[in-house]
Write a protein of this length. Structure first.
Length: 361
């Protein structure tokens, strides 16, 4: 079975990129992307994946998204037995390549549930331009989605968005975590946050929480979302001395931080699902997360962490509750929970769906 995986880009390591690389590795697939950073597969621990760059695209939105959509809509890709789309813009290839399956991380959020919040961040002229672009591009996007034969959502949260905004049903297959790659060393002194630097990740909430906790330390790992200046955004937050931004770091270093941190703090707005909580739990660490989105599907409140309202006061109270002794006693529950999301289960479930797509073609 010759499998092609199409993913938006490989410029940074995020949850979607890990899923695309895992699929390509598990099925010995050809991976087609825009904007390839050749070092990224090795940094993500999957150096043998065959990757083909179909286009270079600008870094500035929305020109970037327009060029990505056009690249996938017109890409020349050799024949494969099945095509698996991952991300938002690779789906523009769907009308041309069949049989196909879309692993949907989320419908484009600025088109739908984050539409108003996104526009509110823009100046008046920028808001007018963005509204016109969204109206035009959303119609094209929805036509492309009509070419998708089967949709797989990465969470029940995303499946509900797909039904609400795209009027389609989706199977749910949770994204993978390579449980055996993570380890527990100790309950350390510093808390950890692993997130892209962008507004919807509510980095400001992280900073404000630890501004209230001068005796606690927070390490923030993650690069900027494309089109966002991490340096400018961080400077605007005026972080206190106990909050340190590390940027994107090598995979072995990230696993070391998971192994030695006190726990993970996760604050994204209505997170699609979120891999960082699984990675933390695989390392035997609790997760303190805001009580919305995909966090509700991975974290067992009171057993593997705490789900709290999205306020600095609530998060600070949960952090104060997490004494080293209590966090150590929660280790086994965290590790057990992570095993139910192991990558072997992900591959098994995706294999069944991909083979069904081929049989149904």
């Amino acid at each position: 079975m010759r499998v092609a995986v199409l993913h938006d880009h490989l410029r940074f390591i995020g949850g979607g990129e890990r899923v695309a690389l895992t699929l390509a590795s598990a099925f010995d697939a050809d991976l087609y992307v825009t904007d390839l950073d050749p070092s990224l597969p090795s940094r993500a621990g999957m150096p043998a994946v065959r990757i083909h760059e179909i286009a270079r695209v600008p870094s500035r939105p929305p020109l970037r998204q327009d060029r990505q959509a056009r690249a996938f809509a017109t890409a020349t890709i050799p024949h494969h037995d099945v095509y698996v789309f991952s991300g938002n813009w690779s789906v523009f290839a769907a009308p041309r390549f069949r049989p196909n399956l879309w692993y949907c991380h989320t419908p484009v959020r600025v088109f739908y549930d984050l539409h108003d919040a996104f526009l509110a961040t823009l100046p008046r002229i920028g808001r007018f331009v963005a509204q016109r672009w969204i109206r035009r591009t959303r119609a094209k996007y929805e036509r492309a989605v009509q070419g998708v034969q089967e949709i797989v959502a990465n969470s029940r949260n995303v499946a509900r968005r797909i039904e609400r905004f795209l009027s389609r049903t989706a199977d749910v297959v949770y994204p993978p975590v390579e449980v055996a790659a993570y380890r527990f060393e100790r309950v350390g002194d510093a808390w950890l946050a692993v997130s892209r630097i962008s507004h919807e990740k509510r980095v400001d909430l992280l900073v404000e929480t630890f501004r209230r906790l001068p005796h606690e330390k927070l390490l923030v790992v993650g690069g900027a979302q494309l089109g966002v200046s991490a340096e400018r955004l961080i400077r605007s937050l005026n972080p206190p001395a106990n909050v340190e931004f590390l940027g994107e770091i090598p995979e072995p270093r990230l696993r070391e931080l998971y192994a030695t941190c006190r726990g993970l703090v996760a604050t994204s707005r209505d997170e699609d699902f979120g891999l960082a909580p699984l990675e933390a739990m695989a390392s035997g660490k609790v997760v303190i997360a805001v009580n919305d989105g995909g966090y509700r599907e991975s974290i067992v409140d009171g057993e593997t962490g705490w789900l709290v309202p999205p306020t600095a006061e609530s998060i600070a109270k949960a952090i104060a509750r997490g004494t080293p002794d209590l966090l150590g006693r929660m280790r086994s529950a965290c590790e057990k929970r992570a095993r139910s999301f192991d990558s072997a289960l992900f591959v098994e479930r995706m294999r069944a769906l991909i083979e069904a797509s081929v049989r149904g073609s």
